[in-house]
Design a protein around this ligand. Sequence first.
Ligand code: FCB
Length: 447
Amino acid sequence: MFLKFPENFTWGVATAAAQIEGGAYEDGRGLSIWDVFAGIPGAIKNGGRPDKACDSYHLVERDVEMLRELGVNSYRFSFSWSRILPDGTGKVNEAGIAYYRKLIELLKKNGIKPNATMYHWDLPYQLQLQGGFGNREIVKWFTEYAKVLLDNFGDDVDFWVTFNEPIATYVGYGAGFFAPGLHNEKYARQALHHLLLCHGEAVKLFRSYNFKIAKIGIVVDIWRHYPGRPGNAEDEKMARVSNEIRGYGMFLHPLFLGGYSKDLLAYFEENDLMPKTEEGDFETIKQPLDFYGLNFYNGLIDNAEKMREMQKARKEGGNYQDRPESHPEALLDVLHMLVDKYHLDIPIYITENGLPYDDNEGKEANLQDDRRIDYVKSVLHFAHRAVEEGINLRGYYLWSLMDNFEWSAGYCARYGLYYTEYETEERIPKKSAKWYSEVTRANGFEE
Ligand code: FCB
């Protein structure tokens, strides 16, 4: 059966600055926390570094050519804060502005709508030295940065995203396997509170411009956990903690319902983790948004017993995609949850979805990536169903345009529609690139 998507459906691909740009030491760019983190022995698998990555700093024309080949009508990328403001605040780096101007112009010339994220995990190192997100001053720093972006690119960007997956800051400050590599949950909880304030202030600032085209939202990933043995107290608790205390609940509740959830507050109390807040904070955080970006990769079944074994075997880096099971049907449930539990009545975009291949599988297997095609089809099946069930789902962005620097997993996890030859920076279309280009052109696919 042919699954046709609504007219004007957005088809895109996504990337992020630290993962593709490289040019880490060029034209006045400052260091980001990922540049520094990558220098810690063992922090990144096989010692991968983001210095050169896919060299998109120099290959932007080729990137846009690929977008045209794919037939996408939108491209999701992120700004590198330390390329724009090398010290995080103060002096603007004109070469950085020029780079993004060129990218945006090329996109527009080709009818591809920019979807730009202000912050995709790469804090300027200079700001980390002053406490980073742990310092409430970050709200001022971020607002200054947002103003530079909006002054320069405001209505040239169709979709603005304040933050991508705030949870990465929790991981980086609390669990240590993302930059900046700290292990202090109290600090992490405080950092997240400040991050949400940054979001709120940036949205308020955005509204003051009265843009005609530009819209603004946030991207929160949802890995919904389900108890493996319903009724089993241990499994039920595990799923609840993963969802409410360490997962999407810690963001969606303050963003859309206001304040922290009862579960989260109780957890803060019990563990002496209550973040410092000021009057008015929760009003600032809960700003009306124009859209919500959902990064969806999988649904997870928590079986406490099995988890204990997996934990032992867990590879460093990467995300939960090292779980063997695939639960694309969770997408439908997650979308309904956004509406039913969090009362979302704004357009929703799937801003990331994809599947990694391991570099070890070899180039040939990576190029013939049927597993990826099958997986994306299975997710799109439920996306289509969601639209039929009345969910206001407006678009889908596949992660990623090309293989890139996959954070702590370095260059070992390949997510691209294009295979990146890191030696030469050649990008070679995989089987999935051809398939996806047919989907975007037909606005649907044959199941
Ligand atoms: C998401 C990140 C993105 C990429 C994919 C695989 O969590 O937002 O940068 O790493 O996972």
